[in-house]
Design a protein around this ligand. Sequence first.
Ligand code: NAD
Length: 420
Amino acid sequence: MTEKSEFDSPMLRTALAQLDQTASRLQLDQDIHERLRHPRRALVVSIPIRMDTGRTAVFTGYRVHHNSVLGPTKGGLRYAPDVDLPEVSALAMLMSWKCALMGLPYGGAKGGVRCDPRSLSRHELENLTRRYTAEIILLIGPDLDIPAPDMGTDEQTMAWMMDTYSMTQGRTVPGVVTGKPLIVGGSARRREATGRGIVYALYQAARRLGQELRGRRVVVQGFGNVGSVAARLLWREGCVIAGVSDIKGGIWNPNGIDIRQLEAHVAESGGVGGFPGTEAISSTDILFQPCDVLVPAAIGSVIRGDNADRIKATIVAEGANAPTTPEADVILRDRGVTVIPDILANAGGVVVSYFEWVQGLQYYFWRESEITTRLQEVMTRAFNRVWALATKEGTDLRTAALMEGVRRVAEGYRVRGLYP
Ligand code: NAD
C-alpha cells in the first residue's frame, strides 16, 4: 500500500503505523513486511440504480482483499456516507490480523458502498445491493471471498447478495456470504455473535483484573447490531447500563436503563432518544460519562489524542473497528486503562461466520448451544493467548493481539514463498 493520495486516510495511516510497529517488535523479514503493507487487490465500481423517483443515481462501491495467504478472504460490507477506498483497505488489513489471531483459515477483506442507507427505500437498497454484487462478482465466492454484514447492512442485504450470486451460477450457493437469514442457510446465533463475543472478552478481562462484571456501570456508544446485543447481554449479566447512544444522540441514567424496554422503544420510535427516565446527552459526550466499562460500537476514530484523557472507564472493549487512534492508545495505556482491542473484542462475528460457512459447506447444522459453547471457547482461548503474550512482553493488549495476528500471516507468507 503506497502512501499515494488515493490510499491516504487517517484510518489507513493508523493501520500501517500499527503494522510497522508490530513488524519491528517481531523483527519481521523486511520483504514480508513490505508485502503485508499492500492489499492483494482492490476493486472500485460504479453502481447505477434507478431510484423511486425514476431518475438514475450512481453510487461508488469497493471490495478489497488484503491477503489470502491463509485461505479465502473474509470481511464485512459497510454502507455509510463516508466510506472510501483507504478506509476499506485499512479495514481489510484489520480483518487479516483478526482472522489469523482467532485461528480461522481466512485472509482479510472488506467492502463498502458510499451511501446513506437510512435515506434509501427498501427497493432502492435491494437494487443497490444486487448491482453492487453483480459488479464485484468476479471477486467473491465460497472459496474465494465471503462477505458478511457490517455497519449499515444486515441479514436481508446478505440474502440479496446470495440470491444475486446464485442467479448468475444457475444454482443456490449459500456459502458465498455469511450472516444470512436462517431459512437460507444462516447460522443460529450469528446475528448476536459480535455482541456476545464482547461479553466473553469482558468477562475474561474483568476476571484477570480481579473484578466481577455484575454491578459494573457500562456505557455503549452505538445501538445497532453490535451495541444493542452487547448492552442486552451485559444487562442480563447484572451490569448497570447507564448510557447508550445512536447516530441521533444518547441517553443517560446513572442508575441504569431497562434494555428490554429500551429495545421496544427503539422498535417503535426508531432511536434511543426520548426514552422515559433518561437525560439526553450527545453521542460524543457519552464517551466521557463516569462508568467502569466503555463499549464504543459505532464508528472509527472516536477516542483520539485530544479527548482520551476524558475517558473515565477503566476497561474499554472495542466493539467498533478502529475506534481508538494510536495517540489515544498511549494516553489510555499511561492512565492504566485496559483496552480490549477490536481484533479481539469484536471477533465473535467472524468466528460465528466461520461456523456458518463450515455448517453450509457440510449441509449439517449445529445446535444453538454448540455454537455458543464453541464461540466462548474460541474467544477465551484467543483472550488467554493475548493476555499471556502481553504479560510476557510487557505490552498492552492491542500490541500483543497485533503481534499474534501479524506473526501468523507472516508465517503463512514465509512457508508459501513468493510466486513466481
Ligand atoms: P449497525 O449499522 O447495526 O449500527 C451502528 C450504530 O452506530 C447505530 O446505532 C448507528 O445509529 C450508530 N452510528 C452510526 N454512525 C454514527 C455516528 N457517526 N456517530 C454516532 N453513532 C453512529 O452497525 P454494527 O454492525 O453494529 O457495527 C458497528 C461497529 O461494529 C462498526 O464499526 C463495525 O465495523 C463493527 N463490527 C461489526 C460487526 C458485525 O458483526 N456487525 C463485527 C465486527 C465489528
